[in-house]
Design a protein around this ligand. Structure first.
Ligand code: F3S
Length: 398
């Protein structure tokens, strides 16, 4: 890969240890994937924040980089393993909290915004159309590429961090227009009746367009929250982190729909539910907010739980960014949800919090949430917000 003189000096260590290490990572990646050069990025989203996933080795790596590493571009963080303020209320141990806080301190020292959300585009890290960024959270990467029209590969935590210290990333993969052409047309004939159907649709398309870029037709309208859920699901279940949706996503008119076509029928959506849902009726955890809830979703939850009580046998979590929670505080939604017995899980989520062994079953609106909950050995139910709230109030899935 060609390096400018300045980049070569960075690689030689002229800008210190973190930049040198970062350049080594970026050059290695560029060489593996055949990048010709580095390109500037407008922002970075760093995943790999939970101590649950990082462990002591990860923490040590971050502390080394934090000694002299300072980010050069706007850099935001993915969810951590706990609510940074309210962790006790969510049953997190002192031991875990201490380590998680050390992780956060390292990121803070690097100059990273402690946003701890997988929806950076809702809290101010919003790239412009066509901008190159280096993001590392699959749902956010898919949203950035498809809904916003920015350009990013699906970075790992270390390569995103490296891009933040250098302000650049190797130019390969989805940074190049020739790699962004759709390879399969997906005609959606199925009716999308409720919110969780978007997760089911993502499952179905992800399976049919495995490792491909789908060009989706047949969808008349989509709200941002629906697209957010779809992005999380479609990439989790198999497709590349980029899709086109005719008349909905900004680049859909600029590319040609491929001839190779598959369809999604009502039966595919039913099958998705059958595969995502387990046989279970007692629900121990209901978690809404994968990806993190927008303020609009929080308002809907507040309306549904108003004057109701969460079952004593169930925990009800609303996972969101601290920024959305602050808006919810101001609008009175927090009070309504907490009065009902619900808990806010800011800064964290059902996949990265240490939940293994704590809950046997979970209900959620999210297909991606179900995927990761199964990794945490939970039985899963996916349904509409109304069905999830009902499960939280009765403790049962009906
Ligand atoms: Fe976000 Fe966690 Fe889901 S990172 S997309 S809430 S698994």
């Amino acid at each position: 890969m060609y390096l400018t003189e300045k980049e070569q000096r960075m690689l030689n260590g002229d800008e210190g240890y973190a930049v040198k290490k970062s350049m080594e990572i970026l050059v290695a990646l560029g060489d593996i994937y055949g990048a010709e050069r580095l390109i500037k990025v407008g922002s970075v989203q760093v995943a790999g924040v939970s101590y649950h996933n990082l462990g002591d080795a990860g923490l040590e790596f971050l502390n080394e980089l934090a000694k002299d590493g300072r980010v050069k571009v706007l850099t935001t963080l993915n969810p951590a393993g706990m609510d940074l303020e309210n962790w006790k209320n969510l049953g997190i141990s002192e031991e875990f909290a201490e380590k998680q806080n050390m992780v956060i301190e390292a990121f803070e020292k690097m100059g990273i915004l402690i946003s701890c959300t997988c929806t950076p585009y809702l809290i101010g890290n919003l790239p412009r159309y066509g901008e190159h960024v280096a993001w590392s959270e699959s749902s956010a990467v898919t949203f950035a590429n498809s809904v916003i029209g920015a350009k990013t590969n699906r970075e790992g935590g270390p390569s995103a961090l490296a891009a933040a210290f250098v302000g650049k990333t190797p130019c390969y993969g989805l940074h190049l227009d020739e790699n962004r052409a759709p390879d399969i047309q997906v005609q959606v004939n199925a009716r999308l009746a409720k919110f969780s159907d978007w997760g089911a649709l993502g499952y179905s398309i992800g399976k049919k367009a495995e490792n491909k870029i789908p060009y989706i037709t047949g969808i008349k309208d989509a709200e941002v929250d629906e697209l957010k859920s779809f992005c999380a699901s479609v990439v989790t279940y198999g497709s590349k982190p980029l899709f086109y949706m005719q008349d909905i996503t900004p680049s859909s008119e600029k590319v040609q729909p491929p001839k190779d076509t598959v369809t999604i029928e009502d039966g595919d959506i039913r099958e998705a539910y059958e595969n995502i849902n387990d046989e279970v009726s007692d629900i121990e955890l209901v978690c809404i907010g994968c990806p993190h809830c927008s303020i609009k979703e929080i308002a809907e939850i507040a309306e549904l739980v108003r004057d109701r009580k969460i079952s004593p046998s169930t925990e009800f979590w609303v996972a969101t960014s601290r920024f959305a929670k602050q808006l919810a505080d101001k609008r009175g939604y927090t009070e309504v949800i907490e009065r009902a017995g619900g808990k806010f899980a800011c800064d964290t989520c059902m996949a990265v919090a240490p939940l293994k062994g704590r809950f046997k079953s979970v209900a959620t609106t999210s297909a991606k949430g179900c995927y990761y909950s199964r990794h945490n050995k939970m039985l899963t139910k996916m349904g509409s917000l109304e069905e999830c709230v009902e499960a939280a109030v009765t403790g049962k899935w009906s």
